[in-house]
Every structure is written in structure tokens, then in C-alpha cells.
Design a protein around this ligand. Structure first.
Ligand code: B12
Length: 217
């Protein structure tokens, strides 16, 4: 659809207002919010990433594009927030301490809300202590952590270690992701779920929670 191509171009150009207008247009033309994510927002960020690698884009362009992308995710999450009365579960999510990348994490938030989770988004640069405090305060079922830097990945381990030392490990499902994170890394730190992308994150989170509920009777 032409409007989706235009959304991609507007994100690349860092034009947040135009992204907003085009998303409303796409919805009016009958696109679902998921189609806009899958065929508009994600391809746009992939293209920005490619251009950054090829040195066609530098940090200022990437920041502008990221901002335009955030405008898009904010609008769409309003459409996806119509929660069922009884949420399927509660999630706290954030990007770990020292890490300011939040585009991928925001997509995971949208997907989780889309399948019916109540999601508390703690933002980025979130310390291990905050993850624990908020998970307890909101009576979360799942703690979700995102990291985009190899140097910040150890923060995920810190959270798991704190859960263990406070005898809280069994209370929460721990899910990790982000470009440098792998299945092997997730296993090595004792996380329960790793997925490569946001769509699978929502599916696996739901599955894990259903399984846990079945087990507890
Ligand atoms: C955009 C970007 C930025 C923006 C971030 C803006 C923002 N608001 O997020 C800015 C310009 C600020 C930035 C800064 C930096 N960046 Co940067 N950045 C990128 C870039 C180009 C794209 C990242 C992105 O948004 N991708 C698109 C999203 C959709 O993908 P994603 O995040 O991977 O998320 C998907 C999955 O991973 C998964 N997922 C994500 N989180 C989670 C969580 C869970 C629980 C699950 C299950 C799944 C999941 O689902 C998502 C959707 O499917 C990457 C390049 C790349 N190849 O990724 C570099 C990159 C990540 N940055 C990098 C670096 C080095 C930096 C800086 C240190 C640069 C500098 N010298 O200042 C700073 C660090 C700042 C900090 N302290 O965090 C490196 C990291 C290298 C490494 N492995 O450690 C990369 C890989 C670039 C490179 N090749 O060198 N960056």
C-alpha cells in the first residue's frame, strides 16, 4: 500500500508530524495497527539501520528517525491498548541500566499490550533495583529486559542474581531480548524466555504464563 511506503519515507526523514498524519490516513484506509507496524514501522527502522551501517546516515539522522518512529509507536499503542477486562497477565519492562536504546523495547511493549497484557513500561536506563522494586509493587508475572549494547547485557544477570538472593526467583518469569542477546546468553544467566523479535516475545510470554497457571492448578 502506498501509504505504508510513505510512512517508511517519513520515518527515514525524521518527520514525526507527517508520520502521525500518515498513520491516521492508513487506519482510515483500512490498515490494521499490526499491518502498520509490520509493513511500515519495522521496515523503516531496518532501513535506517542499514543506512547507518552504510554511512549514509549518521547519529543526528538516526536520532531524528528514532523520534519519528516513537511518534508512530505512541499513536498505535493507543489503538492497541483496548485491554480485555481481565488482563492475561502483568509485565514490567525496561531497557537495562546504562542503555538508552528504546525503539525495540517499545515495539515489545506494543506487542505485549496487543495480546492483552497489562504492561508497566519503566523506560530506559533502568537499574536492577528498580526492576525488582517495580515488579513487586505491581505484582508482575513477568520481568522483561531489553539490552542493545554488549556492555549493558550483564545488567540482566544482576537482576536474576538479585531475585535469587532475595528468594524471589520463582515468583517471576524473566524474559530477555535485544539485538546482542542470544538464546545461549539467556540460558547462561538463568532467564526463562528469550526471543529474537517483538512478535514472538508476546506469543512466548503468553504461552509461559498459561503454562505456569496450568501447573499451579
Ligand atoms: C537507533 C540506534 C541508536 C539511537 C537510539 C535511539 C533510541 N531512542 O533508541 C542512538 C543514536 C541514541 C544510539 C546511541 C548509541 N549507540 Co546505538 N544504535 C542504534 C541502531 C542504529 C538501531 C537500533 C534499533 O533501534 N533497531 C531497531 C529495533 C526495532 O530493533 P531492536 O532494538 O533490535 O529490537 C528488536 C529485537 O531485538 C527485539 N527486542 C528488543 N528488546 C527486547 C526485549 C525483550 C524482552 C525481547 C524478548 C525482545 C526484544 O524486538 C525488537 C523488535 O523486533 C543500532 C544498529 C543495529 N544494528 O541495531 C545501533 C547500536 C545498537 N548502537 C551502538 C552503539 C555503540 C551506540 C553508542 C555507544 C554510540 C556512541 N558511540 O555514542 C550509543 C550508546 C547510547 C547508550 N548509552 O545507550 C552499537 C552497539 C554495539 C554493541 N553490540 O554493543 C550498534 C549495534 C551500532 C553498531 N553497529 O555499532 N544508538
Amino acid at each position: 500500500m502506498e501509504v505504508l511506503e510513505e510512512i517508511i519515507a517519513a520515518i527515514e526523514a525524521g518527520k514525526g508530524k507527517r508520520v502521525k498524519w500518515l498513520i491516521m490516513q492508513a487506519l482510515e484506509e483500512g490498515c490494521t495497527p499490526w499491518e502498520i507496524v509490520d509493513f511500515g514501522l519495522i521496515p523503516a527502522m531496518e532501513s535506517v539501520t542499514r543506512k547507518y551501517h552504510d554511512e549514509q546516515f549518521f547519529v543526528p539522522e538516526v536520532i531524528l528517525a528514532s523520534h519519528a518512529m516513537s511518534v508512530g509507536t505512541r499513536i498505535l499503542s493507543e489503538y492497541l491498548q483496548e485491554q480485555p477486562r481481565e488482563p492475561v497477565g502483568t509485565v514490567v519492562i525496561g531497557t537495562v541500566k546504562g542503555d538508552l536504546h528504546n525503539i525495540g523495547k517499545n515495539l515489545v511493549v506494543m506487542m505485549l499490550r496487543g495480546v492483552g497484557f497489562l504492561v508497566y513500561d519503566l523506560g530506559y536506563d533502568v537499574s536492577a533495583e528498580t526492576f525488582l522494586k517495580k515488579a513487586i509493587e505491581y505484582e508482575a508475572d513477568i520481568i522483561c529486559m531489553s539490552a542493545m549494547l554488549t556492555t549493558t547485557m550483564p545488567q540482566m544477570q544482576k537482576v536474576v542474581e538479585r531475585l535469587v538472593s532475595r528468594r524471589l526467583r520463582d515468583r517471576f518469569i524473566v524474559m530477555v531480548g535485544g539485538a546482542p542477546v542470544t538464546e545461549g546468553f539467556a540460558k547462561s544467566i538463568g532467564a526463562d524466555i528469550y526471543t529474537k523479535d517483538a512478535g514472538m516475545a508476546a506469543i512466548e510470554a503468553k504461552k509461559a504464563l498459561e503454562y505456569r497457571k496450568e501447573q499451579s492448578g
